[in-house]
Design a protein around this ligand. Sequence first.
Ligand code: DGL
Length: 264
Amino acid sequence: MRIGIFDSGLGGLSVLHCARKMAPEHNYIFYADREHVPYGEKTIEEVREYVDHIIRFMIGKGVDIIIIACNTATSSLSMEYRKKFPIPIVGMEPAVKKALDEYGNQKERVLVAATPITIHGHKLEHLIQDLDHYHKVDLVATPGLVRFAEKGIFFGKEVYEYLSTALSKYDLEKVGTVVLGCTHFNYFKESFVKVFPHRPHFVDGNEGTVRQAMRLLGYNNIDTNYYNQKHGLITYLFSGKAASIEDMQKIERCMTQLDKMMKI
Ligand code: DGL
């Protein structure tokens, strides 16, 4: 199968990273919209326009399914919009359900970190209304992490100071779980750990999203046999253009950081 995965930028590599481990035999086209990143600080109308362009572009490339590896883009689209395309389009939303299912019976609070569009969007508001029966969930917008990730800065003083300030109004002693509600945030687990007084649980939607895509393609039983031998091809595109050697080096560094973050 040929699977399209796109994001505003390098955050979507965390979904590709997961997909390649769960279903390496497929061919992937990864598209980062470098010309328009960050989406989270744009208007919803602008984001919709970018996404519409990318979806049509990817369909033109003959993909069998598209994964929107971007919570922000998903948050700006309606379900009706996705239905008008001839192939399945799988979106992503902050993994609040997974966080509450796995850790909701503990006393601690759940902190959802995402971009401003996602945090202030109706989709997340409705999700919380439906799921957060005991009012355990707090929300925080941390768009600065997207900028750091795009520059390839995953840790260090700047990141630490930014995160400490962004999280300063929360009593982190009481937060047990962090939902990484933006795919760019998967690079920063160790920085979160540094800012927290204890090690929180991290929850993201990557595996659930890949599973959903595989189900729609008719693969119902993916055993998470992470090191399956057969490997398909990956094509990397930046706003439609082929990745340069520098881009490939950047991608390598991102993948190495994601490998490291899997252990946290
Ligand atoms: N990675 C994207 C997300 O999951 C958005 C980052 C951005 O462009 O602001 O929300």
